[in-house]
Design a protein around this ligand. Structure first.
Ligand SMILES: [Zn+2]
Length: 87
């Protein structure tokens, strides 16, 4: 019989459980805020401010896809990835 290291330590399990709990407490709309906060009364709950930023990785992907746009059948089979440019 062979013994081996467990793939998940107690610490790993505790961290993944905590992460799952945090995610479960988020608003399902995609705003990224705590559900309890977004449904709290306006008078007593936190205020929210929205701002717009650009995901530059997504922008690079969209620009590359637009530049490579073709009418051939291969276009739909292309697999795209985004990575950080090395310095
Ligand atoms: Zn929301």
């Amino acid at each position: 019989m062979t013994s081996r290291e467990p793939e998940w330590t107690e610490q790993d399990r505790a961290e993944i459980l905590a992460l799952a709990l945090r995610r479960a407490q988020r608003c399902p709309c995609g705003c990224g805020q705590r559900y309890a906060d977004v449904i709290s009364p306006e008078e007593t709950g936190p205020a929210f401010v929205a701002e717009r930023v650009v995901c530059r990785a997504r922008l690079a992907l969209l620009e590359a896809q637009k530049a490579a746009e073709t009418k051939d059948i291969i276009g739909g089979a292309r697999l795209w990835t985004v990575h950080k440019r090395s310095a």
